[in-house]
Design a binder for this molecule. Structure first.
Ligand code: AMP
Ligand code: ZN
Length: 144
């Protein structure tokens, strides 16, 4: 079964996978897609999604969780090499208490600074698309 069989017509992340809406893509393979968050909480904030529509971690088959975890490691390492942050947090939200806003499983790569005081919940504030577009090329150059 191809990944297209697992996508949802109305989901914004499925539309990104199908390139029906644009994204700052970092990489994709047969089962995953990595791209920059357009409301970055930190420079380099980026996302990995499986090419399988499911609302959250609990509804995602193990195989798809596994490929997403492998892809998040690849993305995080490229972000690490590009920005050399003091740390990187991997965040994954499930449900309203976790402020989940897109109901397609996704994992965040969030570069961290010492004492940056980032919160687990944050408001969505559009980023500078020129800066994101420049940064995605630098991260792509550091993919293993
Ligand atoms: P969450 O709160 O974990 O559901 O996070 C969803 C993330 O998706 C937020 O950080 C949004 O900024 C991000 N997001 C939503 N739409 C887009 C988009 N079209 N391109 C890139 N990131 C997006
Ligand atoms: Zn979806």
């Amino acid at each position: 079964m191809s990944s297209a069989d697992h996508l949802d017509d109305d989901c914004i992340f499925c539309k990104i996978i199908r390139v029906e809406i644009p994204s700052f893509k970092v990489f994709e393979d047969g089962k995953t897609f990595a791209f920059m968050d357009i409301n970055p909480i930190a420079s380099g904030h980026s996302l990995v999604i499986p090419k399988f529509h499911s609302a959250n971690l609990y509804e995602t088959p193990d195989e798809w969780v596994a490929v997403t975890a492998t892809a998040i490691r690849r993305l995080a390492w490229a972000v690490e090499k590009t920005l050399e942050p003091a740390g990187v947090s991997i965040v994954q939200a499930n449900g309203p208490g976790a402020k989940q806003s897109v109901h397609h499983l996704h994992m965040h790569v969030i570069p961290r600074g010492i004492d940056d005081d980032l919160m687990m919940s944050w408001e969505l504030v559009p980023g500078d698309t020129d800066a994101i577009g420049e940064l995605v090329e630098r991260i792509k150059a550091n993919l293993d």
